[in-house]
Write a protein that binds this ligand. Structure first.
Ligand code: 5GP
Ligand code: MN
Length: 328
């Protein structure tokens, strides 16, 4: 462990030791890693006798996350916290990704941020950022081990769910030996890998399958880019209640012969959620940042205002440019 990381862990340990009421924050439109990291750390803190608030600024996803009730926990998520004496951001790359909360006057700087986005802007007092970790849940698992915080089957299951989601079942290009070592340790604590892969990654509703059909029926190509659109009408037709893409982008990204995949997802407020996936060599995080978003080199997103036709044109033109530079 390098000295810097050692100091950061010592600071985190001190802050947590002195806190009694800790608010954990994940990012807007949370995914399995945001929620799994929050639950894993939160349940460990609760075992230490801390009061923990689980702040999730948006609706929870329809699928692809560990619902505490499925493992017998009655953890409650809130949209905004009651007063707290310590705040921890998880999987949050920049303050605006935590929703409006930290943008209000007199809220102050968050105490701790634990994250794996390369673009993390280090907005907390203490920042534990490791861009080489394929999931924030992996950083949390290391933190729990290194600070001797409580670990049990439920905590392990929550963290494993985050790892499974962000590595797409250990299939992303950033999956490394450490991810597998951490996973092995979580399995030794009782986390069920088979259950996680089936339920976090693969399980989907009939409505989600119909929603995928809408997106699949509109597939288009532009050079080495594969792209499609999901609209409000698609949600109505299929009966899918989520605002996300039900994981369609990750299926499309495996289509042979393409270097980048883009999905445009129409939102209620006239905005468009864009998801990019790419093959190594095409850095979609850099493209997403130009549209006010961010993410990882091979998986990134942005949320821009419509009209959707203009957004599609601008985004495809820029992505084509990125793909062409990679091909040279
Ligand atoms: P997804 O396409 O699955 O929503 O997101 C892929 C990756 O991009 C995730 O790591 C997520 O954190 C990041 N991401 C998605 N949407 C946004 C966004 O609007 N802003 C930023 N900064 N990152 C995003
Ligand atoms: Mn993540």
């Amino acid at each position: 462990m390098n000295q810097d990381k050692n100091n950061v862990l010592t600071e985190i340990s001190k802050i947590i030791e002195n806190a009694t009421n800790i608010a954990l924050f994940c990012h807007i439109r949370p995914d399995g890693d945001a929620i799994g990291s929050m639950l894993g750390l939160g349940w460990s803190l609760e075992e230490m006798g801390k009061k923990v608030q689980y702040v999730c600024p948006d609706e929870l996803p329809v699928q692809g996350w560990l619902n505490p009730q499925t493992i017998g926990k009655n953890t409650r998520f809130v949209k905004a916290p009651e007063p707290y004496d310590c705040s921890i951001l998880l999987d949050v790359s920049t303050l605006s990704r935590a929703g409006y909360f930290f943008e209000q006057p007199n809220i102050g700087q968050p105490d701790i941020c634990i994250d794996h986005h390369v673009s993390n802007s280090g907005d907390a007092k203490i920042n534990l950022i490791d861009p080489s970790a394929p999931a924030t849940a992996i950083i949390v698992a290391h933190l729990i081990e290194e600070l001797n915080f409580p670990m049990n089957k439920e905590i392990a299951e929550a963290l494993l769910s985050g790892i499974i989601m962000d590595t797409q079942g250990f299939s992303t290009s950033n999956t490394n030996p450490d991810s597998l070592r951490v996973t092995a340790k979580l399995m030794e604590q009782g986390a069920d890998l088979y259950w996680g892969i089936q339920n976090i990654l693969k399980a989907h509703s009939l409505e989600a399958a119909k929603y995928w059909h809408c997106g699949l029926s509109k597939l288009e190509t532009r050079g080495k880019i594969l792209w499609t659109v999901l609209t409000d009408t698609d949600r109505e037709r299929s009966g899918y209640t989520g605002r996300d893409d039900a994981g369609l982008i990750d299926y499309l990204a495996s289509t042979e012969g393409f270097l980048a995949t883009v999905l445009f997802n129409e939102q209620i407020d006239g905005r468009v959620k864009i998801s990019w996936r790419s093959r190594p060599g095409v850095n979609v995080a850099a493209i997403a940042e130009e549209f006010g978003g961010g993410g990882h080199r091979q998986a990134a997103g942005a949320d821009v205002s419509g009209p959707i036709g203009d957004v599609i044109e601008r985004v495809l033109a820029r992505t084509e440019n990125g793909v062409q530079s990679a091909e040279q």
